[in-house]
Design a protein around this ligand. Structure first.
Ligand SMILES: *Cc1c(COP(=O)(O)O)cnc(C)c1O
Length: 498
């Protein structure tokens, strides 16, 4: 069936609704809207009935891949299944209908939830204080680096450089630049870890921070992290933790114990919030005590005189939680109000639903699943880092590329079998990279099916690479110029070709 554009469904005179005929006094449009703001002719909009609109967009939504419909092993993104109870909690009227300008005395439940979340994130990461303000991981990076700058500035010299490994996510060097730092890139060693000697050589007293992802985007744990932290601290530099890969460490190891001074987390990855469609995320930032004075204002504080939560309320009851704006050393606000609180309610629900032991099982499951995929595919796909991986595995389609079809072609062919593609061509350090993150929420049956398809695709490439270069075959859209398709959206396509 041909998919019509909404413009092609347009029939002059079709309407989504009808209002009763208005028989009151009438005014000309120009009496109400200044002439220069009026259109010269009607807007070029499709004319369709409500049922046409609902069917059109519902159908389009089903052409998409999503975590609720497909296995989605997009590495570094932690596209795990999001339990629906998280959404239910975030939709409770007492949370969803709050207005950010309400006085704190009427938002005590939300403030308590946010304060508890800060405490839980401290416990999970080994940090001393958290801000929930930043709106995404990348925004958390900028926040964290501004905290680093404030810390060094207060000590007399903001310093000039930030060290970033070549395997880092692109947002790391970008955030460092935005915070006014020069980026020093250090290479990875053959085993996928930071090249320790290159790191040591790059370190001097102008380095403000070392930004690391651990496990790195190679899916490999930095076994020399304690040495790295010691050397960085000896030079007065701070250690920044990109927490996008925290799904590997919940309840197993804590960045704070490894020596990290600042961390950002991605609740929309680790703590199971729907993401990937450009919707809201969050980027809580945790710090060690020495950086706490610089955290964004306002801070959520608990009044000491409030008494226990279940104590009888005193007659002139003070609210237990308040917002403290009096933070003279704060870097200021990073976002309006208190962050994307809907995402934070979901994270709180997820953490409370799992508990400490449940979170540990999350990370163990994620690690086992990634190693299972690795073990079952490493004979057909190159495995650049042979040691066990953490929660994601980076393979290389180098061999297949020589036969005529590479990582992009494999990604496209997977769609024909109902699998979203893994991350491809990232990390930049691995040629023809296939970065597979199965996550803990997938069953062995799903992984076995994925493994069987990946093996079949490797055989298809051996037999007929040219065929693979034309995949996908069953999707509503075949090969497109990805950059042009995303940047040069042509909504008049249907009309012009009518
Ligand atoms: C996703 C990701 C980021 C950026 O986080 P956003 O929430 O997408 O802004 C940073 N680093 C790594 C390793 C990531 O995977």
């Amino acid at each position: 069936m041909k998919d019509l554009l909404i413009f092609e469904r347009s029939v002059p005179g079709h309407r989504g609704y009808a209002l009763p005929v208005y028989d009151g006094p009438k005014k000309k449009l120009v009496e109400m809207v200044p002439q220069e703001l009026l259109r010269e002719r009607g807007a070029d909009l499709p004319e369709v009935s409500e049922v046409d609109v609902v069917r059109h967009y519902t159908r389009l939504s089903q052409l998409n891949f999503s975590v609720d419909t497909h296995f989605y092993p997009l590495g570094s993104c932690t596209m795990k299944y999001n339990p629906k109870v998280n959404d239910q909690m975030a939709s409770l009227a007492g949370f969803a209908n709050l207005h950010p300008y309400q006085p704190a005395s009427t938002t005590q439940g939300m403030l308590q939830l946010l304060a508890e979340l800060e405490q839980m994130l401290c416990a999970i990461t080994g940090m001393d204080a958290f801000t929930l303000q930043p709106a995404a991981g990348a925004h958390g990076e900028l926040t964290g680096l501004l905290l680093v700058r404030a810390y060094h500035t207060q000590r007399g010299n903001p310093r000039k450089k930030v060290i970033v490994p070549d395997s880092a996510h692109g947002t790391n060097p970008s955030s460092a630049r935005m915070a006014g730092y020069e980026v020093v890139t250090i290479p990875s060693a053959a085993n996928g870890e930071v090249d320790f000697e290159a790191f040591r050589a790059a370190l001097d007293d102008q380095v403000a921070a070392v930004m690391l992802t651990n496990p790195s985007t190679h899916g490999i744990f930095e076994t020399r992290i304690l040495d790295i932290a010691r050397l960085a601290h000896e030079k007065g530099a701070l250690l920044y933790y990109d927490g996008a890969n925290l799904n590997a460490l919940l309840g197993l190891a804590r960045p704070g114990d490894m020596g990290f001074d600042v961390v950002h987390l991605n609740p929309h990855k680790t703590f199971s919030t729907p993401h990937g469609g450009g919707g809201p995320g969050a980027g809580p930032v945790g710090v060690k005590g020495a950086l706490a004075p610089y955290l964004p204002a306002p801070r959520i504080v608990k009044h000491v005189n409030a008494g226990a939560a279940n104590a009888p309320r005193p007659a002139h009851h003070e609210p237990a939680f308040a917002l403290d704006y009096d933070r003279p050393l704060s870097i200021g606000r990073m976002r309006t109000f208190y962050g994307n609180v809907g995402i934070l309610v979901r994270a709180h629900t997820y953490i409370r639903a799992h508990g400490a032991e449940g979170l540990r099982r999350v990370s163990r499951g994620a690690i086992i699943n990634a190693n299972y995929v690795k073990a079952k595919l490493r004979d057909l796909y190159d495995d650049p880092f042979p040691q066990p991986c953490m929660h994601e595995v980076v393979l290389s389609a180098r061999r297949q590329k020589k036969q005529g079809a590479g990582a992009r072609d494999i990604a496209k062919r997977l769609l024909d079998f109902g699998f979203h593609a893994p991350t491809v061509y990232f990390p930049l350090t691995v040629p023809e990279a296939l970065m597979i993150e199965p996550t803990e929420t997938e069953s062995q049956r799903t992984l076995d099916r994925f493994i069987a398809v990946m093996r079949q695709i490797a055989e298809e490439i051996e037999r007929d690479a040219a065929m693979l270069r034309r995949a996908p075959f069953t999707m509503p859209v075949k090969r497109v110029d990805e950059v042009k398709a995303a940047r040069d959206l042509d909504v008049n396509y249907g009309k012009r070709n009518a």
